[in-house]
Design a protein around this ligand. Structure first.
Ligand SMILES: NC(=O)c1ccc[n+]([C@@H]2O[C@H](COP(=O)([O-])OP(=O)(O)OC[C@H]3O[C@@H](n4cnc5c(N)ncnc54)[C@H](O)[C@@H]3O)[C@@H](O)[C@H]2O)c1
Length: 387
């Protein structure tokens, strides 16, 4: 193919009228890639050509108009059997994922999907096995890895800034309104186990790939979940019982003797730098990462406090932190991963964020629930990569 030419890639986008599908995947990723002229790969441009799939014609029409996309359908089977669409993307609610992705694999599509890939690690691994055996390409959203905050931390580690890393403290969450006095800002299924909800299954998938890829493989987990708010009001203002955990207090042991502790909560008010912060403490320095910004404190800048509650604290602990300014203009994290996946599909570029990696996330979430139920530590066995 001559330089400057473009390669069209048809993408079935299912569940795209939802929160993640609309904003992150369609508008900020696929439409943004289209608007920038595609993804450059091997001297040509990969141009995504989406068809939006959903149940509600009106919603699809409105979204298609907003995104300036011409194709949409309520008939999933019709596009599954259409060879001009090579990729199936799934951002439906989690309970629907396994069947839909299996259908796509059976139709010979390459598959890319949101996390969690399944609700049990058995089903998640099975999905990996089926995709592997079918020989299709596969990927799972692991967006946090491309957040500017996480990329800056990775660079600090590469530069040896921390010395030996001792611990990682993650604080994730914000107040999700119950839906009576103030409308909830998350879907109600998140608070019902029977509909695939729960913060453990939602967030431990993320913590798995963040920890594995940046700090060290997770070896064991201990987790305590809680349903702090037992009743909420849904999208139609109807009250419902919360059957799923809305908070999780989890500790992980990583390779290299690093200890990670993550609080994840939809019942916490924010008085910290961002909705997610990670504090990393090492022998030579520490850092606090938000979604975009990172602050560091070197050994030389470390204050020497003395405990004395009888006087006003003489040290301003915020003074000895320096904001990292690397001058890099980071792209949207979801878009960055989409671009890698598209290059993987078209040109076979390496892509490690596949259904096996996705299954590892589900495995950790399952271990978290198991630990909570049994009130014990749970070891995380290695999931086998098939050849
Ligand atoms: N990567 C991330 O940071 C991140 C963040 C939030 C959610 N997620 C994941 O994304 C997925 C979607 O979450 P969301 O918050 O966008 O949910 P949502 O409820 O806003 O959207 C769900 C989508 O699934 C569709 N859907 C639901 N039931 C359906 C049915 N019976 N038939 C056909 N379609 C149906 C809805 O129409 C909608 O398009 C979940 O698996 C969730 O875990 C990922």
């Amino acid at each position: 193919m001559a330089a400057g030419e473009s390669v069209r890639v048809g993408i079935i986008m299912n569940g795209v009228t939802g929160r993640m599908g609309s904003n992150q995947h369609l508008l900020r990723s696929i439409v943004a890639i289209r608007d920038q002229g595609g993804v450059e790969s091997n001297g040509r441009m990969i141009m995504p050509d989406p068809v939006l799939v959903g149940r509600n014609e009106e919603k699809l029409k409105a979204l298609a108009k907003r995104a300036n996309v011409t194709k949409w359908t309520t008939d999933l089977d019709s596009v599954m059997s259409d060879d001009s669409y090579g990729i199936y993307f799934d951002a439906q609610t989690t309970v629907r994922r396994v069947d839909a992705v299996k259908q796509a694999i059976a139709a010979g599509k390459d598959v890319y999907c949101e996390k969690p890939t399944a609700l049990t690690s058995e089903n998640a691994y099975d999905l990996y096995r089926i995709a592997h055996e079918a020989g299709v390409k596969h990927g799972v959203v692991q967006d946090k890895l491309w957040l500017p905050g996480m990329m800056k931390i990775k660079k600090l580690i590469q530069d040896g800034f921390f010395g030996r890393i001792l611990s990682v403290r993650g604080e994730f969450g914000y107040w999700v309104f119950e839906g009576d006095r103030v409308k909830a800002q998350r879907p109600s299924w998140n608070y019902r186990t029977e509909d695939g909800g729960g913060i453990i299954i939602d967030m431990l998938c993320h913590w798995r790939y963040v920890l594995d890829n940046i700090f060290g493989e997770v070896k064991a987990a201990s987790c305590l979940g809680a349903t702090h708010i037992p009743k909420r009001w849904d999208e139609n203002d109807k009250p419902y019982d919360c059957t799923a955990d809305d908070s999780a207090y989890a500790t992980f042991q990583l390779e290299g003797d690093i200890i990670a502790h993550f609080n994840s909560s939809w019942t916490v008010r924010v008085r910290r730098d961002d909705l997610l912060t990670l504090q990393i403490d090492g022998t030579e320095g520490s850092a606090v990462a938000g979604l975009r910004e990172v602050w560091t404190q070197s050994y030389a800048d470390t204050p020497k406090p003395v405990w004395n509650p009888d006087i006003t604290q003489p040290i301003d602990f915020f003074n000895s932190w320096n904001k990292v300014d690397d001058g890099i203009n980071y792209d949207n994290a979801f878009k960055a991963q989409w671009e890698l996946f598209l290059k993987h599909v078209v040109d076979g570029d390496p892509f490690r964020y596949d259904l096996l990696e996705g299954a590892k996330g589900v495995q950790l979430a399952e271990a978290g629930v198991d630990s909570w139920n049994k009130r014990c530590w749970v070891d995380i066995p290695k999931l086998e990569r098939l050849t």
